[in-house]
Design a binder for this molecule. Structure first.
Ligand code: PLP
Length: 347
């Protein structure tokens, strides 16, 4: 390995998936694979997760959903929640992709598709986040339209769902109350979809009443713990990715590492620690193509430094994120696609 590389341990992904499954069962698990599987590489992650028996994949957009469908074959469910236009919506239906519908425009487009398959729809209620989702005041109207469309054989309402902030229990409780009201209105109108889903990683683990039939999990499957939250060990998951880079130059006081902001490292991470063969060392500078850290005894060109990995490596995506007020996912998804992914456990 000459430059920086993202080492992705698929056996750990498999371990984490087992842990997630055990933590949320009997709810089913949707593995969220948006943003190139949080930077880990979509194809390898999906292939391994499929082997591990994952039955649902959360792909975000139609292009990703189409790729996932290609990788997993006809059986598993693939869920997307954004379609840019009617052509994309139509493609999603053709590929037997479940579609999260959070606005009337997409709903109407789906009812307009004729021939071929029946659209599988998950109606999204806005429970407070106000990004995509039908407002509570418009919910009864959407439900009535969905009942009519289902009766006409145009679509099938497979799910009702929402997304929550998972930043405070109080706020999440209020969101869940709104979700419950939306479910009750739908039930009164005759809709009893098989899949109710509300929570992502954090609430799925911590709060059983948020699990319903299906949980949408990204971060914890990749071993990324919440900023300010419990440690990986407490969650029972381990980071899947480790970003390493070589020592390129050893100076009197500093050591230069061959990775920089051009590779996707936030330049604001100056002052953080990274893992060296001699233990954690402070980052003193970040340029486009390199990082400087405080020197350690015996440092040699070619030694490898861990930018982020497991806690015992010196830094995790989340520990870096915490020092600049963001979340671990943001650190992971920024690793440039030009940084090679090297897989362990590929089979
Ligand atoms: C990203 C995302 C998730 C997964 O969230 P994590 O916190 O990474 O588990 C779930 N649902 C939706 C709608 C998302 O956009």
């Amino acid at each position: 390995m000459s430059g920086s590389a993202l080492e992705v341990d698929l056996d750990r992904l498999a371990d984490n998936l087992r842990r997630v499954h055990e933590a949320v069962s009997p709810a089913e698990v949707m593995l969220v694979v948006k943003n190139d599987a949080y930077g880990h590489g979509l194809d390898a992650v999906v292939a391994r997760a499929r082997r591990e028996g994952v039955g649902w994949f959360g792909a975000f957009d139609v292009i990703t959903g189409a790729r996932v469908r290609d990788l997993v074959g006809p059986e598993p469910r693939v869920f997307i929640w954004t379609a840019e236009n009617e052509a994309q919506a139509s493609l999603a239906v053709d590929l037997d992709i479940d579609i999260g519908v959070g606005d009337l425009r997409l709903f109407t487009a789906l009812t307009g598709i004729r021939g071929g398959r029946t659209a599988r729809v998950h109606l999204k209620i806005d429970t407070g986040l106000r990004r995509n989702g039908v407002r509570p005041e418009d919910w009864s109207d959407l439900v009535a339209r969905a009942v009519a469309a289902e009766d006409a054989g145009v679509l099938s309402v497979e799910g009702i769902w929402s997304h929550i902030a998972e930043a405070s229990d109080d706020e999440d409780d209020r969101a869940r109350a709104r979700f419950e009201r939306a479910l009750a209105i739908a039930a009164d109108a005759g809709l009893r979809p098989r899949w109710r889903h509300l929570s992502a990683s954090a609430a799925s683990f911590a709060r059983p009443e948020f699990r319903y039939d299906l949980v949408r999990v990204g971060a914890f499957a990749y071993g990324i713990r919440p900023a300010g939250g419990p440690e990986e060990a407490a969650l029972g998951v381990r980071p899947v990715a480790r970003w390493t880079a070589p020592v390129t130059e050893v100076g009197a006081d500093t050591v230069r590492i061959g990775v920089g902001s051009r590779d996707g490292l936030f330049s604001t991470l100056v002052g953080c620690t990274v893992g060296t063969p001699a233990g954690p060392r402070r980052v003193t500078a970040i340029t486009g193509s390199r990082v400087e850290v405080t020197r350690w005894d015996g440092a040699a060109v070619g030694d490898r430094v861990t930018v982020f990995g497991a806690a015992e490596d010196g830094a995790t995506a989340t520990s870096l994120a915490e020092s600049i007020g963001t979340i671990g996912e943001e650190i992971a998804v920024r690793v440039s696609p030009l940084v090679p992914r090297r897989y362990r456990g590929m089979r």
